[in-house]
Write a protein that binds this ligand. Structure first.
Ligand code: DLL
Length: 432
């Protein structure tokens, strides 16, 4: 096993883990109370002081933090350390509203990179690997997070960043990349491009570490088959550090949360009530070891399930299931809740790649719902009648999955604009 596997931590018995978390939690709350007036005021407004927090059992007394709080406190209001002690800033893409910025001391960067290193090792990475990092570098955390993890593991790390598919493939071939890190939608795009260029025998990937957006089990199988690799999920968010908050192991069945650094809870998104293990709800994180941006009870808006069960890999950290979309990803169309992941499942089951776009609009006070789906290259020469019949079949399968009817249009391969970062799945014109 590579040097960055940390069994003394990752396979710790639950009682020992809880003790460690308890110690770190009390220290972290004290740090926030002393250094983050914004959160201290939130605690006081809820009638809670530092004296009310005596152990981890008091976690539920703390107020939640939401994305709106981060926007209110933008840019420096939630910092736990003076700027002079911080060394890094990352940021979310800010497609809606103000960007969210997160800060790091050198200690924070180190711990974040440890988490990414664990993810790489869990995906079979070692000093022998050429780690091809095709997540974006820059404000986005994907590139620099996996890059730092790659260094810690001792991989030969290729800082490709996203984009320029020709160059990606050239380096992959020439340098013998063995582990690919990028979004799952870009992995699929690269797989198609490899096939198109007839490069299958020249690419020697064995594994991929894919995350930053939702992807289904069907999409995993599709990527694994097309690239001839094992595809591992990785989860994270800028506010909580970036990729590596949770990662998949060889069991490929849920992502272990790095519980020595983060406490996870599942809550009812409407009432805020903490739900028992195994329930579906909104994922909430409390950081335990962060200096510059220590967030307590941060509501992620990701809908998810946690389970603490024996894992065949030996790790004892709790597992999170693949997020089932975000509470804010959910579309309400004609009163029905629709998650893009449901559409993806149907498409893949029907033999399409997950290249699609959902367009919602409102005409005469009624929601319109259209799904553009790229046809497979071999369908391109099919007769109009055959394509119409394929569309009808999709309409019917989608209706039984979603409970409402959508218009389906099969479009030419590669005609839906791809982003090398996160895929743009939904265009909701009702909000524009
Ligand atoms: O996406 C960090 C990251 C980079 C994770 C590279 C994994 C790999 P943000 O841009 O702040 O950070 O977006 C965070 O993306 O709340 C989820 O909704 C979604 N997300 C991240 N990873 C996954 C995943 C990065 N594996 C938001 N599956 C999160 C599903 C994911 N959704």
């Amino acid at each position: 096993m590579a040097k960055y596997y940390q069994p003394e931590i990752e396979t710790m018995p639950y009682e020992d883990l809880r003790k460690l978390q308890n110690e770190r939690f009390l220290k972290q709350v004290r740090h926030v109370w002393d250094n983050v007036p914004y959160y201290r005021q939130k605690m006081e407004a809820k009638g809670v002081t530092i004296d009310d927090i005596q152990s981890l059992d008091d976690l539920h007394k703390l107020p939640f933090l939401k994305k709106d709080d981060l926007r209110d406190a933008y840019p420096y209001g939630l910092m736990g350390k003076p700027k002079s002690e911080c060394v890094r800033i990352h940021s979310t893409s800010g497609t809606t509203g103000k960007r969210v910025v997160a800060f790091y001391t050198q200690h924070d960067v180190d711990l974040w990179e440890d988490c990414c290193a664990r993810a790489i090792v869990a995906a079979g990475g070692s000093e022998e690997d050429v780690l091809h990092v095709a997540y974006g570098y820059g404000l986005f955390t994907g590139g620099m997070g996996l890059h730092g993890g790659g260094h810690k593991v001792g991989c030969l790390t290729l800082p490709m960043s996203s984009g320029n598919t020709d160059r990606q493939l050239q380096f992959m071939e020439d340098l013998g990349s063995t582990i690919l890190c990028c979004t799952p939608s870009y992995a699929l795009y690269l797989a198609e491009s490899i096939k198109e260029r007839g490069l299958e025998d020249k690419i020697h990937l064995k594994a991929g570490i894919f995350g930053a957006e939702a992807w289904s089990e069907d999409m995993r199988r599709d990527i694994e088959q097309k690239l001839g690799i094992k595809a591992y999920d990785i989860f994270g968010l800028t506010e909580i550090s970036g990729p590596g908050v949770a990662f998949e192991c060889e069991a490929q069945h849920g992502m272990h949360i790095n519980e020595d650094h983060f406490i996870a809870e599942i809550i009812d998104p409407d009432t805020g009530e903490v739900l028992p293990e195994g329930s579906k709800g909104e994922l909430v994180f409390t950081s335990l070891t962060k200096e510059a941006f220590p967030l307590l009870r941060y509501r992620t808006r990701d809908i998810c399930v946690l389970t603490r069960e024996k894992c065949s890999c030996g790790r004892t950290f709790v597992k999170m299931a693949k997020p089932m979309g975000r509470s804010d990803d959910m579309l309400i169309i004609r009163g029905v809740n629709v998650f893009p992941s449901q559409i993806e499942t149907v498409l893949i089951q029907q033999g399409y790649a997950a290249n699609y776009q959902i367009i919602v609009d409102r005409v005469n006070n009624t929601d319109t719902f259209e799904i553009l789906v790229e046809m497979n290259p071999d369908m391109f020469s099919d007769s109009l009648a055959k394509i119409t019949s394929a569309e009808k079949e999709l309409v019917s399968e989608l209706k039984s999955m979603l409970g409402i009817a959508a218009k389906v249009k099969l479009v030419a391969p590669k005609s839906i604009t791809r982003s090398e970062g996160k895929a743009v799945r939904v265009i909701d014109k009702r909000k524009i």
